[in-house]
Design a protein around this ligand. Structure first.
Ligand SMILES: NC(=O)c1ccc[n+]([C@@H]2O[C@H](COP(=O)([O-])OP(=O)(O)OC[C@H]3O[C@@H](n4cnc5c(N)ncnc54)[C@H](O)[C@@H]3O)[C@@H](O)[C@H]2O)c1
Length: 341
């Protein structure tokens, strides 16, 4: 049985992927400093899967601790989620973002090389395409110049990983460029529970619906889109988690080193108002909202062409918009205070 290290595995996407890994008969080791998460997510993953995982509360920048974990656990492959992810905050705290996201990845890859682990799935983002590329984004488009330090860290890490792959014929890397993950496991037991005010749309909508926040702020109503709000490609987090299993399975089968990027999105652009009204329709909850000025760094519209992941990884999103809304609501209404319940 292959043993997979999941960095940032207590977080939103990491916990759903840890669950998918356990269900697919991988052994799971999680390293997370719990900066933006709670260990309760992992307790629930164990309950849902009926299997146990190994957890280390540690920072991936702590090289000595990471080496000890690799030596003790004999890791076959790594799925690397650990990082900071708030676009707006990254503009205010660029050094924290470069340090955590870039330095953290450098330390991780150094330790992988020292310990002979050569298979890595990296959490990249659609933001790496930047402003100059036109949607639908396709992997043959060049890395762009992302508008925020957050996006720049993702583009930098992809560039670093490509260079590492050129220098090392053994290393196998998949850079997964996520679009906008939303939703929760269908059980309603795990979901997105960010610390503080949510930066992403869906947890904000869900927290307004449950009464935890008064009103949703929609940033910008004057974009050149059908209703003036931004268009994004929303993908169910469970489909995204399965994309990691498919990428990992593909990487483990490769006989030669490689570094490939894959878009993971549905290819369907939806506006912020589509999401708000969709949530209201499917959950029968009312969402109060108001328009605020545009947020710096937000692009009007982007969505994915995910043909490459479909053709090479045999990955296909299966969940509908209704699933995304209902699963978000099941999670939030079962857990109004998130994991603190
Ligand atoms: N959620 C999105 O919209 C989205 C979109 C594109 C890419 N991503 C990327 O996917 C990854 C996971 O995102 P998420 O939404 O699950 O975020 P999250 O904040 O829920 O999860 C990240 C986890 O990493 C941990 N962490 C952060 N820095 C760490 C460090 N130095 N050492 C150890 N643990 C650390 C946090 O405590 C958290 O549990 C991130 O790298 C993010 O940039 C997310």
């Amino acid at each position: 049985m292959k043993k997979i290290l999941v960095t940032g595995g207590a977080g939103y996407i990491g916990s759903h992927t840890a669950l998918a890994l356990l269900k697919s008969d991988y052994e799971v080791v999680v390293v997370d400093n719990l900066f933006n998460s709670s260990q309760e997510s992992l307790t629930r993953v164990e309950k849902l899967s009926g299997k146990s995982l190994t957890f280390y509360q540690s920072d991936i920048r702590d090289k000595a601790a990471l080496i000890n974990i690799f030596k003790k656990e004999k890791i076959d492959a790594v799925i690397h989620f650990a990082g900071l992810k708030a676009v707006g905050e990254s503009v205010l705290k660029p050094l924290a973002y470069y340090q955590n996201n870039v330095e953290g990845t450098l330390t991780l890859v150094e330790v992988m090389k020292e310990c002979g682990t050569n298979c890595l799935v990296f959490s990249s983002s659609a933001t790496v395409y930047g402003e100059a590329n036109q949607p639908p984004y396709v992997e043959t488009q060049p890395l762009g110049n992302p508008s925020s330090p957050y996006g720049k860290t993702k583009a930098m890490v992809e560039q670093i990983l490509m260079d590492v792959a050129v220098s090392d014929p053994e290393i196998k890397i998949a850079n997964l460029r996520y679009f906008n993950p939303i939703g929760a496991d269908a059980s309603g037991q795990i979901g997105e529970d960010p610390n503080g005010i949510p930066n992403n749309l869906m947890p904000f909508v869900a927290q307004v619906a449950v009464g935890k926040r008064d009103k949703l702020a929609i940033f910008g109503d004057d974009y050149p889109t059908k209703d003036g709000t931004c268009l994004r490609d929303y993908i169910h987090v469970t489909d995204l988690a399965v994309g990691h299993i498919d990428a990992l399975t593909w990487l483990l089968k490769q006989e030669q080193g490689c570094c490939e990027a894959f878009n993971l999105g549905t290819g369907e652009p939806l506006s912020v108002l589509d999401i708000v009204h969709g949530f209201e329709n499917f959950t029968k909850q009312t969402i109060s909202y108001e328009f605020s000025p545009r947020r710096s760094g937000d692009l009007p519209a982007f969505w994915a062409n995910s043909s490459k992941a479909q053709e090479i990884l045999a990955w296909q999103p299966t969940k509908s918009l209704q699933d995304m809304m209902e699963d978000t609501w099941r999670w939030q209404s079962n857990n109004p205070q998130g994991y603190q319940n």
